[in-house]
Ligand binder design. Structure first.
Ligand SMILES: *Cc1c(COP(=O)(O)O)cnc(C)c1O
Length: 230
């Protein structure tokens, strides 16, 4: 069996991870930034825990998931691996406390009722307020005109440590100007919370543009994992 014809899955994963690491380094250099100020979260939704374990062996620490049930099961199975779990999907209030139990960060905080559901006297979880860059409320995220109120709510809530903003680029416009709008919104946030400088934006196809606009946390799935199972 020759490896050309039957590349082993793990080798392919390592190759894709390496290509993304090089792409991140190149984009950071083009932006005049250090690659070490950028965290790549590998999004493993729909993939089995074994793939996450493989990523851990390749040095990945930050894992992104968008469905609570699936995330909880993988986090439990891989509890020995010292991974940081990032919850990036739409979150129901009644599931919020359960997500706190395994997640180090929640990127999809989009409404005040969810903030209230996350209130806790336990150790703080990192909080990203998700902003909606479209006019479609179904896309998730807070509308621009409600941003300050939601940020104030997070700041007033024990158990949440505001890190910054999260956004998904709209499908129907070029990503870079959309990411520039997130950067502008981030200035409004920093007027209220000077430490909340993080920007969670950039996926497989637009992470270079996101880095040019200041992304600190990339959420990259298929470019590293390959296509998601159906
Ligand atoms: C799935 C997902 C990603 C990763 O998308 P890819 O295109 O596979 O890189 C990033 N962010 C969110 C919110 C997602 O749901």
């Amino acid at each position: 069996m020759t490896s050309e014809h039957h590349p082993d899955a793990s080798g392919a994963l390592a190759d894709r991870l390496e290509r993304v690491r090089e792409g991140v380094a190149a984009a950071a250099e083009a932006a005049g930034r250090g690659a070490d100020e950028i965290t790549t979260i590998v999004v493993t939704k729909f993939h089995p825990a074994s793939l996450v374990a493989e990523l851990a062996r390749l040095g990945v620490r930050d894992i992104g998931e968008n469905r609570h049930q699936e995330a909880r099961e993988k986090a439990a199975e891989l509890a020995g691996l010292d991974l940081r779990w990032h919850f990036i999907g739409q979150l129901q209030g009644k599931k919020a406390r359960q997500v706190r139990a395994y997640a180090s960060a929640i990127h999809s905080i989009d409404r005040e009722s969810l903030v209230d559901a996350l209130r806790s006297d336990e150790a703080s979880v990192d909080a990203f307020v998700q902003v909606n860059l479209t006019d479609d409320p179904g896309r998730g995220g807070v509308a621009s005109d409600a941003l300050e109120a939601l940020v104030e709510r997070v700041l007033a809530t024990p158990g949440l440590r505001l890190r910054g903003l999260m956004a998904v680029a709209p499908l129907d416009e070029p990503p870079r100007p959309a990411f520039a709008r997130v950067r502008a919104m981030s200035e409004r946030v920093r007027a209220l919370a000077p430490d909340a400088t993080a920007l969670s934006m950039g996926m497989s196809h637009d992470y270079a543009d996101a880095i040019l606009e200041g992304a600190t946390h990339l959420r990259i799935g298929t470019a590293i994992t390959g296509n998601r199972p159906a």
